[in-house]
Design a protein around this ligand. Structure first.
Ligand SMILES: *Cc1c(COP(=O)(O)O)cnc(C)c1O
Length: 357
């Protein structure tokens, strides 16, 4: 059997969820869209359900998968419905529904609903992706109230730059939100992971932790709260071939690495088809036989090469951690010029093994 695998530590997931609650004192929707950022949405939801206030996913297809697996907790659809014909299913399964555009508001007004739904009314406070314009917000709220089709409304918005702790943009977005909310007394939800960890004064009755649940920091710099996160996913494989090369020999496709001296090289069963970033350069850290070493040359589809020259304990069959508890996904992401979100979401082909459930 191919030795590549992803170990998923559900105890760490619960720890990180509790941290989101503890630092905010708020209710927390565990964001498990995109198959829980590659960690497996059903298993993660099952591990959290006893304590979670609810879950959030990107679309009804993801929400239905959770209900089919027996998850009874509230589930928020972060983009609401994409077509009005999803509304009967939203009612049937008690999904909570973001309304981010006027066409969705029109559709709710026109629909015949068997019972009222819970709406999270999204305001565009400056990210300019989705969300109602501040000038539309009060009237949208009144229309939902008047429609008789809505049981409860939560007011929400989303930050564009909360990971940049020296940017004032999040403060400006909060000011836009507070002005548009004016005297509406509904509950509020503003904070994603970087805002939970980095912006303590931002109001939020409900927080929406995603990345932090999986134990990765959203920040480029060190942060005391991010240091308390526990990585959930560890991706490892094994050395399947060892070779001794003299100086001056190329390694891998395109001869992008040439041995500067005699070297011992290990080939690892892991490649970009597993989600390891193809753009990770020579020098990207790996852990082999418990010791830090480095990637050499180009990443192939199913294999990659690492340096064993200074790791005498390592050899055929040695375990290699590509990212996880020792090689942080954020560190790998930085080397590969991407973000830990994408490292997690790209995981594929590798079987996931769960512990701590
Ligand atoms: C994905 C998402 C989140 C979670 O963001 P993280 O940065 O992963 O914490 C929160 N809110 C909305 C609306 C999202 O789409």
């Amino acid at each position: 059997m191919r030795p590549a695998r992803a170990l998923i530590d559900l105890q760490a997931l619960r720890h990180n969820y509790q941290l989101a609650r503890e630092v905010t004192g708020a209710k927390a929707l565990a964001v498990i869209k995109a198959d829980a950022y590659g960690h497996g949405a059903v298993r993660c939801a099952q591990a959290l359900e006893a304590e979670a206030d609810g879950f959030a996913v990107a679309c009804i297809e993801e929400a239905l998968e959770l209900r089919a697996a027996g998850i009874r907790a509230p589930i928020l659809l972060l983009e609401g419905f994409f077509e009005a014909d999803e509304l009967p299913l939203i009612v049937e399964h008690d999904f909570w529904c973001v309304v981010h555009s006027l066409w969705q508001l029109d559709a709710i007004e026109q629909a015949t609903l068997a019972k009222p739904i819970q709406v999270w009314l999204k305001l565009d406070t400056g990210m300019h992706r989705v969300g109602l314009h501040p000038s539309e917000y009060q009237s949208a709220y009144q229309r939902l109230q008047a429609s008789g089709k809505v049981a409860k409304i939560v007011l929400m918005s989303h930050f564009a730059r909360a990971d940049e702790l020296d940017s004032l943009r999040s403060v400006e977005q909060v000011a836009v939100f507070l002005a548009a909310r004016d005297d509406l007394s509904a509950e509020v939800s503003l904070r994603n992971s970087p805002a939970i960890l980095g912006w303590p004064s931002v109001p939020s009755d409900w927080v929406r932790p995603g990345l932090m649940l999986y134990g990765a920091t959203p920040f480029e710099q060190d942060h005391p709260l991010a240091a308390r996160l526990q990585p959930v996913m560890t991706v490892e494989s094994k050395v399947i071939c060892v070779r001794e090369l003299p100086a001056g020999e190329p390694v891998g496709y395109g001869a992008k690495f040439i041995t500067p001296k005699p070297m011992r090289i290990g080939v690892v069963a892991m490649g970009y088809a597993d989600g390891y970033p193809r753009h990770a350069p020579t020098g990207t850290p790996v852990l082999v036989a418990g010791q830090r070493s480095q990637l050499l040359g180009r990443v192939s589809m199913d294999m990659l090469c690492i340096d064993l020259t200074d790791v005498p304990d390592a050899g055929l069959g040695s375990t290699v951690e590509l990212w996880g508890k020792n090689i942080l996904a954020s560190e790998l992401a930085e080397k590969a010029e991407t973000i830990p979100y994408q490292i997690f979401c790209n995981l594929k082909r590798v079987p996931r093994l769960y512990s701590g459930s």
